[in-house]
Design a protein around this ligand. Structure first.
Ligand code: FAD
Length: 406
């Protein structure tokens, strides 16, 4: 029996264990995950780990000896198959049971797969784990033409990395612009232009009908309009599915992931959920139930649980932030732009440094900053206070955002 069992060795699970020890939690902690590697950072997987510029040991969340030193029992390569919430017991897929005092479910998500014929051919990849990228990289020498399905962050970052490696890349996006789910139109158009300028083809409003094969390996992508794009590799980046089946089977409430309250408690006794799999009411989304897929959310929810378990409960109300690197551009986002009724462009995208400020009923709800750290830092307070600002001076890059702070 462990006082706390954490399922998932990703950002959320690792940070929960770290935060508990930082808060002087003295009970026993077990951190269990089905990956073979000790906790590591995922963002480089689609960026400099894919290009080979960042070695794996520089992605570790903590040095390997850390877990042992802090009395955290790290169990790798183990999958939790079932949860018995009444008995406070877990069953492992490899056999064996574990008892817990409190359970922290930090199992993240798995990549959504294509539903069309050929989705499971060899040469079809997704990017979620180190093992995914290692497999993909092994096949790269034999792939000169690569199709990326999905123009979200991961698809675009992977496309940028592959273009850098000299591959011919085609991005297929079902919507009429890339990043449509997460960013405003000026941001989408900027990144589309930058990818095209480096030889990548982007097809918008493109739907995949099926994958074509030769001897079991993918050789092309057939679009709904009948056209065929030849390729030796397909990378699918069309979103993720929260990994919550054992918790749902145990009775946890939730539709898209598991629902948690402001202290990350699920509907089951002594079971918390954090990170990509946790649906919560977010004040920066006007109290709507959402899941956030970011390092910020994983770390801040981990801190929330650690506080709840050490008798200093504080509700989760962190401002969402995110980043994405493509080529030499660093996109930094603060707040949530979904639901904005006005987007104000600051600066000139052709200079490679600009900002989009999102307003709702005259108040700042989010910023997307491209190579513009100053706006990102100063804009954060505008988002936190939902500042009411005049769009006129906002659009003028010569006016510093901090001057607009009411
Ligand atoms: P995960 O990190 O997915 O960890 C969950 C772990 O639980 C996994 O190891 C999984 O295998 C394991 N698991 C699942 N089910 C079980 C089970 N039943 N038993 C045992 N173990 C289980 N965010 C940013 O903010 N900025 C970025 O630039 C950025 N880039 C990204 C690039 C890529 C390629 C990816 C994949 C993600 C990126 N993210 C980025 C998102 C960020 O990495 C995630 O939001 C974060 O990893 C979520 O942490 P988590 O702990 O909730 O889930």
């Amino acid at each position: 029996r462990h006082d706390v069992v954490i399922v998932g060795t990703g950002h959320a699970g690792a940070q929960a264990a770290i935060a508990l020890r930082q808060r002087k939690f003295e009970g026993t902690i077990a951190l269990i995950g089905d990956e073979r590697d000790p906790p590591y950072e995922r963002p480089p997987l689609s960026k400099d780990y894919l290009t080979g510029e960042k070695p794996f040991d520089r992605m570790l969340i903590r040095p390997e000896r850390f877990w042992d030193e802090r009395g955290i029992t790290l169990l790798l390569g183990r999958r939790v198959a079932a949860v018995d919430a009444q008995e406070h017991r877990l069953t492992l897929a490899e056999g064996g049971v574990m008892e817990y005092g409190a359970l922290i479910w930090a199992a993240g998500a798995t990549p959504r797969r294509l539903a069309c014929p050929g989705h499971d051919l060899s040469g079809v990849h997704s990017i979620r784990t180190r093992a995914d990228v290692d497999r993909l990289v092994m096949e790269l020498p034999a792939a000169s033409r690569i199709v990326v399905v999905g123009g979200g962050y991961i698809g675009l970052e992977a496309a940028a990395a592959l273009a850098k490696l000299g591959k011919r890349v085609v991005i297929l996006e079902a919507q009429d612009r890339v990043l449509s789910r997460v960013a405003g139109e000026p941001i989408s158009r900027f990144f589309e232009a930058e990818h095209r300028a480096r030889g990548t083809e982007i097809r918008l409003s493109a739907t995949v009908a099926g994958l074509e094969q030769a001897r079991g390996a993918v050789r092309g992508v057939r679009l709904a309009d009948g056209r065929l794009i030849d390729c030796e590799m397909v990378i699918v980046g069309i979103g993720i599915v929260p990994a919550v089946a054992p918790l749902r089977a145990a009775g946890a409430v939730g539709e898209n992931g598991v629902m948690v309250d402001a202290h990350c408690r699920t509907s089951l006794p002594d079971i918390f959920a954090i990170g990509d799999c946790a649906a919560h009411r977010n004040i920066y989304a006007d109290g709507a139930v959402i899941r956030l897929e970011s390092v910020q959310n994983a770390s801040d929810q981990a801190a929330t649980v650690a506080k709840a378990l050490t008798g200093a409960a504080e509700p989760y109300d962190a401002v969402p932030w995110f980043w994405s690197n493509q080529f030499d551009f660093k996109l930094q986002t603060v707040g949530l732009s979904v639901g904005h009724d006005q987007a104000v462009l600051r600066g000139d995208p052709s200079t490679g440094a600009f900002t989009v400020v999102y307003l709702k009923r005259g108040r700042v709800i989010a910023l997307d900053c491209v190579n513009n750290v100053k706006d990102y830092i100063q804009g954060r307070s505008l988002v936190e206070s939902r500042a009411e600002v005049d769009p006129g001076p906002l659009s003028d890059m010569r006016t510093a955002l901090k001057e607009l702070f009411p």
